[in-house]
Design a protein around this ligand. Structure first.
Ligand code: GDP
Length: 407
């Protein structure tokens, strides 16, 4: 596994460049969990054994795998005077947010593109989500991002991508800088870039000619391919946005606590939502459990009944059962009523479940008290009066944490 301790590097840099910045993240202990990053391509090579070498003639897999190479790539962003477009996935906000973001971007100005807004309930409040994003960014040390610089977009539908592109160009031109786009695996970076290219095309003009020149990287007219597999973007690919503005796409990073790192192609298709989430609310009493496919189990351990709203892909089957029968139910129905995964072998391959217990203080029935986030899978919003104690059982590698409620 290629684990990289960017902290180490960050410290060196601090010495050299006299940066006054302290630790990027704020988390109490949980930061450990968010420390290691893996190059998305390395992950893909390791787990899926394929990478679009064709895009980079002369690059061997071994070269792609070196952590040094990856460090070097990421550090370019901080060293350059550039403007950074940071892409995050609203469906997996903390899972897709690079924990050491302040260090990665350095003192460069940042636009935050919050992608996959199409997955949120149709009536969500943009303002509320933007403020929530700002607050969450502040918690990880990104204190300079204003709500104006936070764009809720959908690369899938194209919604709000055009105004973002306008802001990107404006920022680049005003500050005379190139743009760099950064983001963790699966945030939709390839889809985003394809959108920008599309918008550039529909804008006509000189861009088309230039893109033709870059055509050696292009397959079927598209510079970047997308897939449900984490890991498609290779090295820095330059995209001409027109008006003398260039955008550089950086490799995606895998944050290992995301459940998606454990999944194969078939499972990823089920777990990464492609359509608006039909969130489901269940009222759970003590002694009841909910299986989220065979991936995670939630137990209501103690307390008066609470409401649990599940924001996970519609393809992840939810099943309510008595806690004392949950294990048996899982064993006998995995792959049918309970999926993904689809086989016992695949379930075993994800490693044994560990329990994480949370005591939740209710805030009444009008607003959710807290979200339980299962990184890469989604979140469960918890609503109720008084207090309750819940247990989440999930593979050890998967990050499970509480956050302030998004919806
Ligand atoms: P990358 O790894 O960051 O380059 O991500 P991709 O562009 O390959 O996208 C990862 C997955 O997210 C794919 O299954 C995409 O279809 C999906 N995706 C990308 N953008 C959106 C979006 O705006 N909405 C939804 N619902 N899915 C998206």
């Amino acid at each position: 596994e290629v684990d990289l301790d960017l902290d180490e590097e960050g410290k060196e840099e601090e010495g050299e460049e006299g940066r006054e910045e302290e630790e990027g993240g704020e988390g109490e202990g949980e930061e450990e969990e968010f420390r290691a990053v893996i190059c998305q391509r390395c992950h893909k090579l390791k787990h899926y054994g394929d990478v679009e070498d064709a895009l980079r003639p002369g690059w061997s897999a071994n070269e792609l795998l070196t952590p040094e190479r990856f460090r070097e790539l990421v550090s370019v962003v901080r060293r350059k005077r550039c403007a950074v477009v940071c892409l995050v996935d609203i469906f997996d906000f903390h899972g897709s947010l690079l924990y050491n973001l302040p260090r990665i971007v350095g003192s460069n100005p940042v636009l935050v593109a919050v992608n996959k807004a199409d997955l949120l309930p149709a009536d969500f409040s943009q303002d509320r989500v933007r403020i929530w994003v700002k607050q969450e960014l502040e918690k990880v040390g990104m204190t300079d991002v204003s709500t104006r610089d936070i764009h809720l977009i959908s690369c899938k539908t194209g919604n709000n991508v055009r105004p973002l592109l306008r802001s990107m160009k404006q920022m680049a031109r005003q500050r005379r800088r190139d743009l760099y786009v950064i983001g963790a695996a699966n945030v939709g970076k390839s889809t985003f870039i394809n959108r920008l290219i599309e918008l550039g095309r529909s804008g006509g003009d000189a861009q088309r000619k230039k893109k033709k020149k870059q055509g050696e990287q292009s397959k079927g007219g598209s510079l970047v391919t997308t897939s449900a597999l984490p890991g498609t973007t290779l090295d820095f690919i330059e995209v001409d946005l027109g008006d003398k503005v260039s955008l550089y796409d950086t490799p995606g990073l895998i944050l290992p606590h995301q459940i998606t790192t454990l999944l194969n192609t078939e499972e990823l298709k089920a777990v990464i939502p492609q359509k608006r989430i039909n969130h489901v609310t269940l009222r759970l009493k003590e002694g009841k459990s909910v299986l989220l496919g065979g991936l995670v189990r939630l137990d209501m351990l103690e307390g008066r009944p609470f409401l649990f709203t599940f924001y996970v892909s519609n393809e992840v089957k939810l099943h309510q059962t008595a806690t004392d029968r949950a294990g048996e139910f899982l064993d006998s129905h995995l792959g049918e009523l309970v999926s993904p995964p689809f086989t016992q072998e695949r379930r075993a391959a994800m490693g044994p479940w560990v329990s994480r217990d949370f005591e939740i203080e209710g805030t009444g029935w009008k607003t959710s008290a807290v979200d339980i986030v299962i990184s890469g899978l989604g979140w469960i919003s918890v609503t109720g009066a008084l207090n309750c104690k819940v247990r989440v059982m999930a593979p050890e590698a998967v990050g499970v944490r509480l956050r302030s409620p998004l919806m």
